[in-house]
Write a protein that binds this ligand. Sequence first.
Ligand SMILES: *Cc1c(COP(=O)(O)O)cnc(C)c1O
Length: 234
Amino acid sequence: MKTIAERLQSASETIAGLCQMLNKSPSQVQLLAVSKTKPVEDILEAYQAGQRLFGENYVQEGAEKIQALQAYPDIEWHFIGPLQSNKTRLVAAHFDWVQSVDRLKIAQRLSEQRPAGSAPLQVLLQINISHEQSKSGVGDEAALFALAEQVNSLPNLTLRGLMAIPAADLDEQAQERVFSQLHSLFSALQARYPQVDTLSMGMSADMPAAIKAGSTMVRLGTAIFGARAKRAET
Ligand SMILES: *Cc1c(COP(=O)(O)O)cnc(C)c1O
């Protein structure tokens, strides 16, 4: 069985290979290691191999891991899960980024609850690109631009871009189509807000298509930490 360090190494090589093919610098595609359900020891193993960006999906679990790893202030913590308004306070207190903002109420609460003296929370707006009922996310371009304007005006948030999770059952062509739609939305957002620089798309199963379409951040869980047991917390 491969170690976490070996899996990180091989993911970086895959990313570098795709970037080379596209005439991009590998530094243009960041790797977010998605550590949900995995123990602190696994995160530390990845950290020791040089990984600094970690993504968590569950509020309580994420906050506990962040506290347990306080001695490593150079870790950048991304909240990437569905977020209910009664849990925003913990997220605002502990995370550096939130990738799953999809409505004004959540954004307002995150801004109000960001502790004084903390850097602004870095925010991505989640797009429900495959229009799935089971997924959160903004449903269309008009709603996206309305939300972007509101988020951009909140004092303790910085709007940095977009995140999406396409339907799981797409073939590679369909993946590319969806990712290129996302890239168009991203370009339009960037034209309006110059600080927008992050397009978070691509997971273990669809990373090549995402990078080809212009992803700037891939979110890898299984490919780095191995398969996960299912769990129920929302
Ligand atoms: C779990 C999760 C990932 C990682 O998924 P893998 O298929 O394990 O790579 C990425 N993004 C989000 C939003 C997730 O919830």
